[in-house]
Ligand binder design. Structure first.
Ligand code: C2E
Ligand code: CA
Ligand code: CA
Length: 693
């Protein structure tokens, strides 16, 4: 190093500071040397430089550059030296391979040294620093940046680089995602593109340097929101606020999640809330009503005979019907009310704003009326009747569970009281498990003791009032309640496997009774016996009936059996065989409650049927209800075209008689002629109507 007081003197040659200069020169991590110009002989070298070239600090002095560093190295650097000897400060880097094979990168500075007057160059400093570490680090960054760029362009995910939130770079996909070209966003804050409600979240992640994924919503250039998942990484070797952010469009995933959430809370068929969601909503409705001291009503809606539709027309038709019902229910209530489907044919309506019980009754009536018309399913006209049970908050319960149970009990009561109607809950409707067991025990006792009796209701010809038949209807002599009607125990017996003994008793008793009357010269008409679908399926009905007829001595053509439509739709082959066997015996066959199942000519043609009994629910509102008149008309015409006799059930008024006569109905049965009568009363009636036979 030149002494500032004597810049023209090469260093290392005497002077008081020589030893200090050498100490310093040997302590720095750089290699240093000084060559004179133009001879290029070494005047000074520190230990590092001398040793690097295989010399000592003393032995290197006086050697030319070429001698000092060897021919090969000289050949490589000669042009640089050449430039320096022409007064230029030359700086270059060079890769060196050490004897052990290690590659190192050095940076060489050749600095011209001029005489004090500045005119003449008298030497050159050589300053060599080993920059291998820095070079390697930079190379790594270069390579990783290279890789990063390739990667960012290759991916479909948008990538944005930012420093302190200011966008510095981005890839092609960013444009595809946001609609903004790169030049439009560089220099802007990333927060400009994040929907306001998500900015705090994004800021939190950016500030704290969190690297786990999170979800925000960003705005597209055209204004719409895009849900995205964002993963930010703080860049290696850079300041912590330099971030690379991968932005992934999760619209599809979000939609799937929303769909999943919807499915979890809704019935997939009708799109109505399911039971789970209903209970949630009902609880909310109740807590609101509680705060406001208001009222709410829960309507439990169940379709009568829905199973028949499913069994006979198939699930597709059943599904269609349920959707139609869902729609009519939805249209029948206010938007704030809840309509849910909680199972097969079970719907629940929650009325959120009810001032008094009459309001709930009105809505229930409206819903009943809305479903009274004809549904068209698979191009077939179909009628249904719902039964509705109503429970009120706070009168009948204060929890969602309790109210639903009350409404359910009320619905069952509605079914028992003739279907197609609505009932308010009443505590007497609760049937505990204990009650059911007791009911079953009493019924078993009744079977053991034959505690049943038959009542008889005449069927007469409309044209002249002549007796054409009598229907046997069973009653239970209940030990406490007196006579109990079949609606209260037939379905129950079926579910407890008790219908067979009851049915057998009815069949034998009906045949015995008619034979007894005929022996007295009365009732030379058939007796009609109801057979439940279950009996028909479980027993060899034809053989049993033949045995009963033999036993009682009743002529087969004086017996008719009444079957519901659902029987006919099951196991076609077996049903057909049984019906043919009965037909062969001479027993008559009627279809009961016709119209409540489904109206298809197909099976009517297939089976040997004699009579169609028009369900009394269609007759009840005639002639006032135009829909019902249309249905009754259609059934009578259909019956005639198939050469079947039509019987109208539940005829109560003279107006109905008039209408039916006009429509050409063959027979009528109902209170207008007579209620069902117990044996003695029936005998009396038969005596009085002998002339009409
Ligand atoms: P169903 O076969 O439709 O019987 C006619 C029902 O209508 C009877 O009810 C009868 O009392 C009632 N009824 C008759 N005329 C009128 C009328 O003008 N107006 C009104 N509102 N109702 C009328 P019941 O006796 O309570 O029987 C109910 C059901 O129980 C019967 O309906 C039948 O399905 C079933 N059933 C009756 N006896 C037996 C039986 O021995 N075995 C089976 N399996 N079921 C039976
Ligand atoms: Ca019947
Ligand atoms: Ca009937």
């Amino acid at each position: 190093m030149p002494d500032s007081s004597n810049a023209a003197n090469p260093p290392g040659q005497g002077g008081p500071s020589d030893s200090l200069l050498r100490l310093i020169a040997d302590s720095v991590p750089a290699l240093m040397a000084y060559y004179d110009v133009p001879a290029l002989r070494c005047q000074f070298a520190n230990q590092g430089y001398a040793a690097y070239n295989g010399h000592s600090t003393a032995s290197i002095l006086g050697l030319t550059v070429q001698q000092a560093i060897g021919d090969k190295a000289w050949a490589a650097i000669e042009p640089h030296v050449e430039r320096c000897t022409h007064g230029e400060h030359v700086k270059y880097t060079r890769e060196q391979t050490l004897p052990n094979g290690e590659a190192r990168m050095i940076e060489v500075n050749l600095i011209p040294h001029f005489a004090t007057d500045g005119a003449q160059q008298i030497g050159s400093f050589v300053l060599i620093t080993d920059i291998t570490e820095r070079w390697r680090a930079e190379r790594t960054v270069r390579q990783s940046e290279e890789r990063m760029r390739k990667f960012t362009e290759a991916t479909d995910e948008a990538i944005v680089f930012h420093r302190d939130g200011i966008i510095t770079d981005g890839n092609e996909a960013l444009y595809r995602l946001t609609g903004y070209a790169l030049h439009e966003v560089i220099g802007l804050s990333i927060f400009n593109f994040i929907s306001p409600e998500w900015r705090a979240t994004a800021l939190d992640y950016t500030r704290s340097g969190r690297e786990d994924p999170y979800e925000v919503t960003i705005c597209h250039k055209e204004g719409h929101a895009i849900p995205v998942e964002v993963v930010g990484k703080t860049m290696p070797l850079h300041h912590a606020d330099y971030r690379i952010v991968v932005v992934r469009d999760i619209t599809v995933r979000k939609q799937a999640q929303e769909r999943e959430a919807f499915i979890a809370l809704h019935d997939t068929l009708t799109q109505l809330p399911n039971r789970h969601f209903l209970m949630e909503q009902l609880s909310q409705v109740l807590s609101l009503a509680r705060r406001r001291h208001g009222r709410a009503a829960v309507l439990f809606v169940n379709l009568d005979h829905f199973k028949t539709v499913n069994d006979s027309l198939g699930h597709h038709a059943g599904d269609q019907l349920l959707c139609n019902v869902a729609e009519r229910l939805r249209l029948g209530v206010r938007d704030a009310d809840v309509v849910a489907r909680i199972g097969g044919d079970e719907f629940v309506v929650v009325l959120t704003d009810v001032t008094n019980p009459d309001d709930a009754a009105l809505v229930a009536d409206k819903l009943l009326a809305s479903m009274n018309g004809v549904f068209t399913v698979d191009q077939l006209p179909l009628t249904i009747s719902p039964s509705i049970g109503i429970a009120l908050y706070p009168e009948h319960g204060n929890s969602a569970d309790l109210l639903l149970r009350c409404a359910d009990a009320a619905m069952h009561h509605a079914k028992e009281s003739g279907r197609g109607n609505r009932q308010f809950y009443d505590p007497s409707m609760d049937a505990s498990a204990l009650d059911i067991l007791r009911h079953e025990r009493l019924l078993r006792d009744a079977i053991a003791n034959n505690a049943f009796e038959l009542h008889y209701q005449p069927q007469v010809r409309l044209a002249d009032g002549a007796l054409q038949g009598i229907e046997a209807l069973v009653r239970w002599r209940h030990p406490e309640r007196g006579l109990v009607g079949p609606d209260e125990f037939i379905t129950f017996s079926e579910s407890r496997g008790l219908i067979t003994p009851i049915g057998r008793w009815v069949m034998r008793e009906a045949c015995r009774q008619l034979k007894e009357w005929q022996d007295q010269g009365l009732a030379m008409v058939p007796v009609a016996v109801n057979l439940s679908a279950i009996e028909f399926r479980q027993r060899d009905v034809a053989a049993e009936i033949a045995a009963v007829l033999r036993e009682t001595g009743l002529a087969p053509h004086y017996l008719e059996i009444e079957l519901t439509e659902s029987v006919l739709m099951h196991q076609t082959g077996q049903v057909l065989d049984t019906l043919n066997a009965l037909k062969a015996l001479g027993v008559g066959i009627s279809i009961d409650d016709f119209g409540t199942g489904y109206s298809s000519l197909a099976y009517l043609k297939r089976y040997p049927i004699d009579k169609l009994k028009i369900d009394r629910s269609f007759v009840a509102d005639t002639p006032g209800n135009a829909d019902d008149v249309a249905i009754v008309t259609a059934i009578i015409q259909m019956g005639h075209s198939l050469q079947l006799k039509t019987v109208a059930e539940g005829v109560e008024t003279e107006e109905q008689v008039g209408l039916l006569a006009g429509l050409g109905c063959d027979l009528i049965q109902g209170f207008v002629m007579s209620v069902p009568m117990e044996g003695e009363a029936a005998r009396g009636w038969l005596m009085n109507h002998k002339t009409n036979q």
